[in-house]
Ligand binder design. Structure first.
Ligand SMILES: [Zn+2]
Length: 212
């Protein structure tokens, strides 16, 4: 059994990682349970470095986002789902999934940690959401995991975001520039397969230099 001290240490370590990834005070507070004033004192001694602006708070964003953003959200959701299945708790799974997402996409980062927090809230029905409103489904067409409204049934002939991405990849330079696939990335096998396919079909994405 972890002691109270163990739990407190884990909360501080998680808060540190979240702060480094750009999380807002409220996000860190909701995930770790640490009071916002304590988070600020420990990780934002200079108040000017506290992330400002309006926090993402609506699941509608996912349904109306463009294809690249929806694919990004699916990469986070799929990795999160996989890590939860491996026994990680919600906070740790979210941080690991977000890091994995940042590793497979070209900078600048399109989805903030607070947006990822919003997505995970919607998947789990915790933190910002009262009940699950997004679920992780497996596409019967391409085999990728993707996010859809709770109650959606995946069926053959209905393309998921990855199906659409593959279809448009060779004609859309924005998509080609958004995913500089690298073999060493720790994403789930199927999603990595899709990104590796991009790599083969897009010689410009070779190497480590991010596409601008
Ligand atoms: Zn698909």
């Amino acid at each position: 059994m972890p002691t109270r001290g163990d739990r407190h240490l884990r909360a501080i370590q998680l808060a540190k990682q979240l702060a480094a990834l750009g999380a807002r005070l409220k996000t860190i507070h909701l995930i770790t349970g640490m009071p916002p004033c304590q988070v600020q004192r420990l990780f934002f001694p200079d108040a000017r470095t506290i992330p400002r602006g309006r926090a993402p708070n609506s699941v509608e964003w996912y349904h109306s986002a463009n294809l690249i953003l929806r694919t990004d959200a699916c990469l986070i959701g799929a990795k999160y789902h996989q890590l939860r299945g491996q026994g990680l708790n919600v906070g740790e799974a979210m941080v690991c999934a977000y890091r994995a997402y940042r590793a497979v996409t070209a900078p600048p980062c399109r989805i903030s940690l607070d947006r990822a927090f919003n997505l995970v809230s919607c998947i789990e029905g915790i933190w910002l959401a009262r009940a699950p409103v997004l679920s992780v489904l497996t596409c019967p067409n391409c085999g990728c995991e993707f996010l859809a409204a709770v109650g959606t049934v995946a069926h053959l002939g209905a393309p998921c975001p990855f199906c659409k991405l593959l279809e448009r990849f060779h004609v859309d330079p924005r998509i080609q520039a958004s995913y500089p696939a690298r073999a060493s990335i720790d994403m789930s096998g199927r999603q990595l397969g899709i990104l590796a396919l991009f790599h083969k079909r897009c010689p410009r994405a070779k190497g480590d230099s991010p596409a601008k």
